[in-house]
Design a protein around this ligand. Structure first.
Ligand code: ZN
Ligand code: ZN
Length: 420
C-alpha cells in the first residue's frame, strides 16, 4: 500500500544547545499519513521534537519523551494537527535542550503512507437525539463500529450543532452532515460543519439560496428519498445536486424502485448521476438498523474529503448490508471502479462477493437489461462496454416475506465517452 521511508540526520553541536533547529524533508504528493521516529543517544542528550508543514505553519510539538509521532488526515498523535497533508518542504523541529560537549547525532525517520484506493463501508444518513433519533452521537458511533463501518454522517434535521462527542479516529471517519429538511423535500448536506447560516426557505429563490450557500461552504448535496410518498422532493430536479439517495432504508421497496427507475431514465438521457444509500436510521424499531442499506466507496484515503470525493464521482455502490453483496471490477487484471469512463467495447470482469444461490445479476446497458444467474458465494461475469452510454449492475434477490424480487446491490454506472 505505497509506503515510503525518508531518513534525515542532523548533528547537533554543543554550541547549538538551547536553540530550535529545523531539519527539512520533502513531502511528496498524495500522502495520507506519516510517522516520524527519531533516535539519538538519550543517555547523553535531551532533544525535543516538533513539526512545521510545507507552508511553514506550526503543526505540533512534543517533549523528548515522545520517541515517535503520527500525523494523519484523520487522526494525528496528541499535540499534532490533524488535516490534509500538503506536499512540499516540511521541517522537523529539533529542540536542543541538553547537548553533550561532543555533540549528538539525531536520526529522524519519516515513514509515509501514500493514498491508495480501498473499499470503505458507511452510512451517510442517520439521525441522533439532536433531532428525532433515539441514539446519542456516541451510541451511533459505537453501533457503527460494531457493524464494521468505516464512515458515517450524522444528518439531523436542519441541525448541525450537535456531534455528541463524535469525531473521526483511526476506526471511524465521521463526515459532518445535516439533513436540510423542508416541507417540500429533504437534502443531505455532507462534508461541511456549517453548511448554512439559516435553513428556512419560503420561496423557490430562497431554497436555491440555501443550497447555493451550502455548496459554497463545501457541502456535497444529496437529494434524499426523492420519491418518498410523505416527504419526497417537490422542488423539481432543476437544482444543483451532486448525487441521489437511491435507496432509503426507511422506505418501502416499491418507493425505492421508483427512484431507481427515475435514475435510470436520467442515465439514458446521458446524465451522470452518482447514487448512494442511506439507512435514515432513527431508532431500533420495525427492523431498522444503521447501514441498511450500506454505502460502499472506493476511496483513496479514510479522510472525509476523499470519501466524499469517491461518492461524488460514483466510485462505489449500495448494498443491503455491510456484508454486501460487493462488487469489484477489472479490465485485463487492472482494477477499474464504478463511475469511470471506459473506451467503447472494453471488456470488464465483474467479481461479486456475498451473492447467494438464487440471486440474479442484472446488467443494465442503456436501459436494456440482461440477467445472469448468481452463485454462492461468489459470482464472476464479464460485460462489454457499449459504443456509448453506460453499463451498471444490480444483484436481485427474491425476498419471500415481501413477495418481491428486489435489488440487494445497486452499482454506480461505468460510462462511455463524454457526458451531455
Ligand atoms: Zn428525510
Ligand atoms: Zn432522514
Amino acid at each position: 500500500m505505497g509506503e515510503n521511508r525518508i531518513t534525515v540526520q542532523r548533528f547537533v553541536e554543543k554550541k547549538e544547545e538551547g536553540l530550535y533547529l529545523a531539519v527539512p524533508f520533502a513531502m511528496p504528493e498524495e500522502v495520507e499519513s506519516f510517522r516520524i521516529s527519531y533516535a539519538y543517544d538519550r543517555t547523553a542528550a535531551v532533544i525535543d521534537i516538533g513539526l512545521n508543514d510545507s507552508r511553514g505553519a506550526f503543526t505540533g510539538w512534543a517533549g523528548s519523551d515522545r520517541a515517535q509521532l503520527t500525523v494523519s488526515e484523520v487522526n494525528s498523535s496528541p499535540g499534532f494537527k490533524t488535516g490534509v497533508i500538503q506536499s512540499g518542504t516540511w521541517e522537523i523541529l529539533l529542540g536542543a535542550y541538553h547537548v553533550p560537549d561532543a555533540g549528538v547525532l539525531v536520526t529522524c525517520t519519516v515513514e509515509l503512507v501514500k493514498k491508495h484506493i480501498r473499499l470503505l463501508r458507511g452510512d451517510v444518513h442517520m439521525h441522533s437525539v439532536a433531532s428525532d433519533g433515539a441514539l446519542t452521537g456516541r451510541e451511533l458511533r459505537e453501533t457503527a463500529i460494531s457493524q464494521g463501518l468505516d464512515f458515517i454522517a450524522i444528518t439531523d434535521h436542519n441541525n448541525y450543532f450537535y456531534i455528541g462527542h463524535t469525531v473521526s479516529d483511526d476506526t471511524l471517519t465521521v463526515i459532518p452532515g445535516v439533513e436540510w429538511t423542508h416541507y417540500k423535500g429533504h437534502m443531505g448536506l455532507l462534508g461541511s460543519a456549517r453548511p448554512f447560516t439559516g435553513f428556512t426557505a419560503n420561496s423557490d429563490a430562497q431554497m436555491r439560496a440555501v443550497l447555493a450557500e451550502a455548496k459554497k461552504n463545501g457541502a456535497v448535496l444529496s437529494i434524499n428519498h426523492p420519491f418518498c410518498p410523505n416527504c419526497g422532493w417537490h422542488f423539481g430536479f432543476d437544482i444543483p445536486f451532486d448525487m441521489v439517495e437511491i435507496w432509503n432504508g426507511g422506505l418501502s421497496p416499491k418507493a425505492n424502485l421508483a427512484c431507481v427507475s427515475w435514475w435510470d431514465g436520467l442515465l439514458q438521457e446521458g446524465r451522470r448521476v452518482p447514487v448512494v444509500g442511506g439507512s435514515d436510521f432513527h431508532r431500533f424499531q420495525f427492523g431498522h438498523i444503521p447501514a441498511f442499506p450500506c454505502t460502499f466507496a472506493y476511496a483513496k484515503s479514510r479522510s472525509a474529503a476523499d470519501i466524499l470525493a469517491a461518492l461524488r464521482s460514483g466510485s462505489g455502490f449500495v448494498a443491503i448490508s455491510p456484508e454486501g453483496p460487493t462488487i469489484a471490477l477489472d479490465t485485463a487484471g487492472y482494477p477499474v471502479y464504478p463511475g469511470e469512463t471506459l473506451a467503447p467495447g472494453t471488456q470488464v470482469n465483474v467479481t461479486l462477493t456475498g451473492t447467494r444461490a438464487g440471486d440474479q445479476i442484472r446488467l443494465v446497458v442503456n436501459g436494456e437489461e440482461t440477467v445472469h444467474p448468481g452463485a454462492q458465494p461468489d459470482t464472476r461475469i464479464q460485460l462489454r462496454m457499449p459504443e456509448r452510454g453506460y453499463a451498471r449492475l444490480e444483484v436481485v434477490r427474491q425476498i419471500p416475506a415481501l413477495g418481491l424480487s428486489v435489488p440487494v446491490m445497486i452499482s454506480n454506472p461505468l460510462y462511455v465517452g463524454e457526458s451531455l
